[in-house]
Write a protein that binds this ligand. Structure first.
Ligand code: ADE
Ligand code: ZN
Length: 342
């Protein structure tokens, strides 16, 4: 719309955030505090050094750094601190609802017992709602590096504890050298227990792994999925089955999954009619937030108010939140769009 103050619109637009990792959401301040408590943890204790530390040469390098930070988060109280900071940040970006990926097995490996982790999620979720007005739900993501056994342990945790807000099973970690199909039994067990199936796929590899996620894992949404863009049949499949892609443009550039924003396939996905929701992935490490993701879609891809409002509505539609909250967010989006139309 001519004359639209786009920055104000992106800031005011009510949003959902459906692809976000707990450890990757730790702010620079929080990570510095954790690093200073664990000075032998391999994570810089100096602010500028930490910023430089978050410059990734490639995707495996990103995962190495992520694991170092993961090992600083050693208590349930740390998890509550991360969730408090995350909810404050989401509220500041007009995010009403988020699904947070919690890699429970990695948290256990860093020293947090499952009883403590489950209680921290309950406490952090209550705090997010009461102090910041943000609803958080949980996706427990298996790390592909830990193999099918790690995924089974993830499902065991999700089923045994099922902390309030549990909505699904995810699958992160590398795709190269690890096939999505190997995780089919764990996803089947999760589905049988009433969990949604929300794996990463096609983040750093092509369409074959997205097909595997859909066909073998029963994926209802896909983390990233940008590797789908070269396969018209897959794009048609995702569009006709209403399988949304959780697209994280800044993340993909930061990890080297795509060479530049200008080369990001988001416009191809949208043109094919695939449902797309925008997300930050690991905002503490990529220096992004939900408002900047919407803003860059305007700046780089030329998306306007109506197109971005459509993306925000898609997010609300494919979120595993309550019907009541979905309706409230959709109504709020309509109000903000109407105020821009004037
Ligand atoms: N864990 C944290 N961020 C991730 C990403 N972008 N891809 C896969 N695993 C992850
Ligand atoms: Zn991710």
């Amino acid at each position: 719309m001519p004359g639209t103050d786009f920055a104000a619109f992106a800031a005011a637009l009510p949003k959902v955030e459906l692809h976000l990792h707990l450890v990757g959401s730790a702010s620079i301040d929080t990570t510095l505090a954790l690093a200073r408590r664990h000075p032998d943890g391999g994570v810089p204790t100096d602010r500028e050094e930490l910023r430089r530390f978050y410059t990734f040469t490639d995707f495996p390098h990103f995962l190495d750094i992520y694991h170092l930070v993961n090992h600083l988060v050693t208590t349930g109280a740390d998890v509550v601190t991360l969730l408090d900071g995350l909810a404050a940040e989401l509220a500041a970006r007009t995010v009403r609802y988020a699904e947070v990926q919690v890699t429970a097995v990695r948290n256990r490996m860093a020293g947090i017992g499952y009883d403590d982790l489950a209680q921290a999620l309950v406490d952090g979720r209550a705090l997010a709602r009461e102090r910041h007005g943000v609803v958080l739900n949980w996706i427990f993501d298996a790390d592909s590096v830990l193999g099918p056994a790690g995924a089974e342990e993830t499902v065991d945790f999700a089923i045994k504890y099922r902390p309030e807000g549990t909505v699904g099973l995810g699958l992160g970690g590398p795709e190269v050298g690890v096939s999505r199909a190997d995780f089919a039994p764990a996803f089947r067990r999760a589905r049988d227990a009433g969990l949604h199936c929300l794996p990463h796929a096609g983040e750093t590899v092509g369409p074959a792994e997205v097909w595997a996620a859909v066909r073998e894992l029963g994926a209802e949404r896909i983390g990233h999925g940008i590797g789908s863009a070269t396969d018209p049949k897959l794009l048609e499949h995702l569009a006709s089955r209403d399988i949304a892609l959780e697209v994280c443009p800044s993340s993909n550039v930061a990890t080297g999954a795509v060479a530049s924003l200008a080369e990001h396939p988001l416009p191809t996905l949208l043109a094919a009619g695939v449902p797309v929701t925008l997300a930050t992935d690991d905002p503490g490490m990529f220096h992004n937030d939900m408002t900047t993701e919407y803003q860059l879609c305007h700046d780089v891809f030329g998306l306007g108010v109506e197109e971005l409002a459509a993306i925000a509505r898609t997010g609300a539609r494919v979120a595993f939140c309550s019907t009541e909250l979905r309706g409230r967010i959709l109504a709020e989006i309509d109000e903000v769009v109407a105020s821009v139309r004037g």
